[in-house]
Design a protein around this ligand. Structure first.
Ligand code: FAD
Length: 412
């Protein structure tokens, strides 16, 4: 006999766990199914930046030439594996257009910023009111620039951030080096965004899951969803490795794997996996518990308790799971060039796929043509940042309550 859940969430990353938490907090009966363990997907080894200043589209106006140069060099932060797939090239074209000019770039930034702002407010509430058991660093994020071309872009983005109402302070080189003693000179300057934060991403997912459980959510690991069965305008059954489920509401929050699951019920999503890498190294003694973005090699760096994590690269090569050692070496070389870190002792190498939509906004809302299926995915580089807001919005939609921000912006 089928098991029934009022709300059935598929996927145990930051997004699925956030939905489960807010559903349980609203008193809804919620079951979450995760095929491996919680935070085993993209939410595991990322840098855990919770950022307003970097909630803008990845494609910055004027960066097309730079992107092309990186592609031709073959060792820059961007890699595209050529393939015969019209759908992919169409996606890429639309993705590049999200930063084709400053007006479009600003509009898309504002759309993502609304979600990130709400999320940071909710994180603060979770830490301060709910006592979320996680080390939370509200220490801001620094951008550091090393070349004139990059420094110009960094400053321009700081002015754009100020124009959308964010705090972003331009710092001279001496100030950057004084605040970040493990950054190597010479730098051309930096930008400080004091309202950004960071936390260990996997610890964040586990902490939120623990709070969801304590409010009554059933969170099941090792249960894989094999098939969604559609009947008319409803998902009627969810077949899993542990039997069949029925649900009043189904929420698909399976990261990059959402595309295949949604396709089973006739929903086509313009969602592409964008592979990224991270390295975990010992924390240098002089490193304050803050986060920085090295704008030259495009690496994000966060200090997590006794570890330092570096992440970057955007590889559009489908679901190719290969961990290319040449890229790891390139990241290590960049780390040694720009930071005083010990690159001999590597504590972890990881790769994961960001779920990226073509227009750069996540999908949060009811799946087209299906009355009881919600989608919560497509957060690309911002999933950790936007998790709680996504969870809260999905639950408000289920309850048909007014939402804190205009959710139609993210309609699938
Ligand atoms: C290198 C790198 C650095 C990043 N840095 C940041 C950052 O600093 N800040 C930020 O905000 N974001 C960052 N991101 C993006 C962020 O990691 C993602 O946007 C976010 O983790 C996506 O969360 P998710 O819950 O949608 O997906 P995931 O974390 O991938 O979770 C999906 C889950 O669904 C499960 N699942 C899949 N299929 C099934 C099935 N059939 N049945 C059951 N379960 C299933 C998977 O096992 C997985 O656990 C980074 C990403 C990368 C790759």
């Amino acid at each position: 006999m089928a098991q029934h859940a009022h709300v059935l969430v598929i996927g145990g990353g930051i997004i699925g766990v956030s939905v489960a938490y807010y559903a349980a907090r609203a008193g809804l009966g919620v079951t979450l199914l995760e095929r491996h363990t919680l935070a085993s997907g993209s939410s595991f080894g990322n840098t855990g930046l919770l950022t307003l200043c970097d909630s803008h589209p990845l494609a910055v106006p004027g960066s097309a030439l730079k992107g092309l140069r990186w592609l031709l060099q073959g060792r820059g932060p961007l890699y595209i594996h050529p393939r015969m797939d019209a759908r992919f090239w169409l996606w890429l074209l639309r993705f590049a257009r999200s930063g084709s000019d400053w007006a479009t770039f600003r509009r898309e930034w504002a759309h993502n910023l609304a979600l990130s702002r709400l999320s940071l407010e909710l994180y603060r509430d979770l830490v301060e009111q709910e006592g979320l058991p996680v080390a939370w660093h509200q220490a801001g994020v620094y951008h550091v620039a090393y070349t004139p071309e990059v420094w110009e872009e960094t400053r321009r983005l700081a002015h754009e951030a100020q124009a959308v109402g964010l705090q972003a302070y331009i710092l001279p080189p001496a100030e950057v080096l004084a605040r970040l003693p493990y950054v190597r000179a010479p730098v051309l300057g930096g930008v400080f965004c004091p309202n950004d934060a960071h936390a260990d991403p996997a610890a964040l997912v586990h902490a939120l899951a623990e709070r969801a459980r304590s409010r009554g959510a059933r969170i099941l690991e090792g249960v894989e969803v094999l098939r969604l069965v559609r009947h008319g305008e409803r998902v009627r059954e969810v077949w899993t490795t542990h039997g069949v489920y029925t649900a009043t509401w189904v929420v698909l929050a399976a990261g990059v794997w959402t595309r295949e699951l949604a396709a089973q019920v006739g929903v086509s999503l313009a969602l592409e996996p964008a592979k990224g890498y991270s390295l975990t190294l010992p924390r240098p003694e002089q490193a304050p518990p803050t986060a920085l973005l090295l704008d030259e090699p495009k690496l994000a760096v966060t200090v997590l308790e006794q570890r330092l994590r570096l992440a970057g690269l955007l590889e559009l090569s489908g679901m190719d799971a290969r961990l290319r050692w040449a890229r790891v070496k390139h990241m290590l070389a960049a780390a040694a060039q720009y930071l005083r870190v010990d690159t001999q002792e590597i504590l972890g190498v990881w790769r994961g796929w960001r779920p990226c939509t073509a227009h750069g906004r996540p999908y949060i809302g009811r799946a087209p043509g299906l009355r009881n299926l919600f989608l919560a995915t497509g957060h690309c580089t911002l999933g950790m940042t936007q998790g709680p807001a996504t969870g809260r919005l999905i639950v408000d939609l289920i309850l048909e309550q007014p939402t804190a921000i205009d959710v139609s912006l993210y309609a699938p």
